[in-house]
Write a protein that binds this ligand. Structure first.
Ligand code: GN1
Ligand code: MG
Length: 367
């Protein structure tokens, strides 16, 4: 590992010697390392990442997207009198590329943002409000970004209807003989699928606008300032593509307002925390509200349900097709994740009025 990373450091022109390599284990797709290098007596930290090219079929296009997005955001930050450093920086090779590809994989290196921390779960309402603000601000900064300049890195990524259609096709094909053991979960998905495709209908009728969205708004994709606790910046820009505001809001709620982990086995611990819901909503709306249509505001809570249902479908789809997509730590991990998401989706359905009430209250829009 050290030998390989030393070679990469040279290719990307990073000075110094590697003194520590730690695996950062919280991503479900890419493989990420926290790397320390010492140069002239000073420690520099970098994030080395090996992209999952089974998931991301055109990694060079992702890096092209990222280059454009980060440049756009850096310009915005500068124009607002802030530091350009509050956006991710990727190292470049001598040929000016922000990636390197060899027979072992597709590599990229970003600078570690000094003084930053991430959280896999967060009960602190101030931090959640601040995370909501960060994701809201991210969208606002990209509001004038030309969406046609972006490659669609994973087609139909949050096309819930297409996700469900693919899932039921796989249920019929039953490629790994696992369908019989998950009949109950399949029926639960069948029961809420009509509700889960509502947003698609509004996209089709062009009542909901597509914007440039982040599409992977888990709380661990926010870098917080270790000292102040404020969100500093948003990371993981691999899936920045056209999408709905409700997708970004909803995915964040799915993850951050769950009282348990995404893969909690004890379903009695899985609940939607309304205080966390409100805190995130306050932060998010404070940034984006003025740009949203009334229908976009009205669909935020539905977005939380939709994203939770979609993840239940994606995890179960991966389980019945042989666990090829998400990293799993044990057999049945995707099934555990599925059950947790189904439980949460059901709870969201029964709290829909309450969620809408909070969105209405915070936004000042009655519906
Ligand atoms: C994956 O790797 P990570 O944790 O950033 C996935 C997201 C899911 C998430 C569920 C490209 O994100 O869509 O919501 O797992 N990313 C991709 O934890 O599929
Ligand atoms: Mg991600």
């Amino acid at each position: 590992m050290k030998e390989k990373f030393t070679e990469l450091a040279e290719i990307f022109g990073l000075p110094g010697e590697i003194t520590a390599i730690d695996l950062i284990s919280n991503g479900n797709i890419n493989t990420t390392y926290d790397v320390h290098m010492v140069h002239e007596g000073k420690v520099y930290r970098y994030v080395f990442q090996k992209l999952n090219i089974f998931v991301f079929k055109s990694p060079k296009r992702i890096m092209k997207n990222i280059e454009k997005i980060t440049a756009h955001i850096a310009d915005k930050l500068e124009a607002a009198g802030k530091s350009r450093d509050c956006v991710m920086h990727f190292a470049h090779t001598a040929e000016g590329k922000n990636y390197y590809m060899d027979e072992q994989g597709f590599w990229r290196i970003s600078e570690y943002v000094p003084g930053s921390v991430t959280y896999n779960s967060c009960e602190d309402l101030d931090k959640l409000r601040s995370a909501g603000q960060a994701f809201g601000e991210f969208q606002t900064m990209l509001a004038d970004f030309d969406a046609t300049a972006l490659y669609e890195t994973i087609p139909n990524f949050h096309n819930t209807r297409s996700r469900i259609a693919v899932f039921f096709r796989h249920v019929n094909e039953d490629p790994c003989g696992r369908v019989e053991e998950v009949r109950e979960e399949i029926e639960k998905i069948r029961a809420f699928k009509d509700m889960a495709i509502r947003l698609n209908e509004w996209i089709d009728s062009q009542e909901l606008p597509l914007r440039v969205t982040h599409n992977d708004t888990k709380i661990n994709n926010v870098l917080f300032d270790a000292e102040t606790g404020e969100a500093k910046t948003v990371i993981d820009l691999d899936t920045v593509m056209p999408g709905l505001v409700a997708h970004d809001f909803g995915d964040a709620i799915r993850y951050a307002a769950n009282t348990a982990a995404e893969d909690e086995k004890d379903l009695s611990l899985v609940h939607l925390d309304m205080d966390r819901f409100r805190a995130f909503t306050e932060g998010f709306l404070s940034e984006v509200k003025s740009a949203l249509t009334p229908l976009e505001v009205q669909t935020l809570a539905l977005g939380a349900f939709t994203m939770t249902a979609e993840l239940a479908v994606r995890f179960l789809d991966d389980y019945i097709t042989g666990d090829a997509y998400f990293k799993t730590l044990y057999r049945g991990h995707n099934l555990v994740r599925t059950r947790c998401q189904i439980r949460l989706a059901e709870e969201m359905l029964s709290h829909m009025d309450e969620m809408n009430g909070i969105v209405s209250d915070v936004s000042g829009i009655a519906f």
